[in-house]
Design a protein around this ligand. Structure first.
Ligand SMILES: NC(=O)c1ccc[n+]([C@@H]2O[C@H](COP(=O)([O-])OP(=O)(O)OC[C@H]3O[C@@H](n4cnc5c(N)ncnc54)[C@H](OP(=O)(O)O)[C@@H]3O)[C@@H](O)[C@H]2O)c1
Length: 246
């Protein structure tokens, strides 16, 4: 048995840039040890160096969420380093190629987006589950989007609609929300809290930097959900302003 680290250990997927980088920075600022999950060696190591320069106890975790072997190796790396995992932030995500109008979309785009945004989350979560179960207060945060809210997409929430028509990206987040609920149901009665978070419209590569919020602002909800108290909510969907309707 590997000795357990005394330090809170988190893994953030897709942490080399954008919102994920800022989640790693925010959790690191709490004094936590933070695994920077990223698939490209150079980008990952550059992020780890930047975080360390800012005083974060960051370590690189080679990780492609679409690849079983990569995810299994990531779990082994964390086990060897910390012996357990306290917080998993499933942040890695893609928008997918456009156009995504339903009537002319290439189904391959939908498969690719779902593979990363949904199956990838399930793959990583399940690989990390034995390590999470060793934590006193495990938390899982799935980075979703309000464009996955069927209520908002259908315009019934005070007339709000969300985002452009995108039959791959938006439903992938609806799927992810549904998956989050299923995990919460299975894990009810355990100490594992799992929630979905929406960062708002953030200026990152994902949207060609069209977003209006900073990555640090987008990271705030994930940090809040990663640090929920033991009696905190589970199986819910939040943004900074509160609960997002499914
Ligand atoms: N930006 C927004 O307005 C917005 C709004 C709502 C929700 N979100 C969600 O927030 C999360 C972060 O997005 P972002 O805006 O920060 O986008 P981003 O800057 O494009 O970052 C996405 C991250 O995910 C990583 N990634 C993608 N596919 C991966 C894979 N197969 N394996 C491992 N890592 C992978 C990327 O790594 P590479 O550098 O290797 O590509 C990158 O680190 C996503 O889940 C996104 O859907 C964003």
């Amino acid at each position: 048995m590997v000795p357990m680290s005394g330090r809170t250990t988190a893994l953030v997927t897709g942490a080399n840039k954008g919102i994920g980088y800022e989640i790693a920075a925010g959790l690191g600022a709490l004094g936590w040890s933070v695994g920077v999950g990223a698939r490209h060696d150079q980008r990952r190591e550059a992020a780890v160096e930047r975080l360390r320069a800012a005083g974060v106890d960051a370590f690189g975790v080679p990780l492609d969420v679409t690849d079983d072997a990569s995810v299994d190796a990531a779990a082994r790396l964390i086990e060897e380093r910390a012996g357990r995992l306290d917080v998993l932030v499933n942040n890695a995500g893609i928008a997918g190629d456009m156009p995504q109008e339903p009537t002319r979309v290439d189904p391959a785009i939908i498969r690719t987006v779902v593979e990363t945004n949904v199956i990838g989350v399930i793959r990583v979560t399940n690989a990390m589950m034995p390590l999470l179960r060793r934590s006193a207060s495990p938390r899982i945060v799935n980075m979703s989007s309000s464009v996955g809210s069927l209520t908002r997409q259908s315009g019934t929430a005070a007339g709000r609609t969300a985002g452009p028509v995108a039959v791959a990206y938006a439903p992938s987040k609806t799927f992810l929300n549904a998956v989050t609920l299923q995990y919460a149901r299975e894990l009810s009665g355990t100490n594992i809290l799992i929630n979905a978070g929406c960062p708002g419209y953030v200026a990152t590569d994902l949207n060609g930097f069209q977003g209006v919020r900073t990555p640090a602002q987008g990271a705030a909800i994930a940090i809040e959900l990663a640090t929920l108290p033991d009696d905190g909510p589970t199986g819910q969907f939040f943004e900074d302003a509160g609960v997002v309707p499914w």
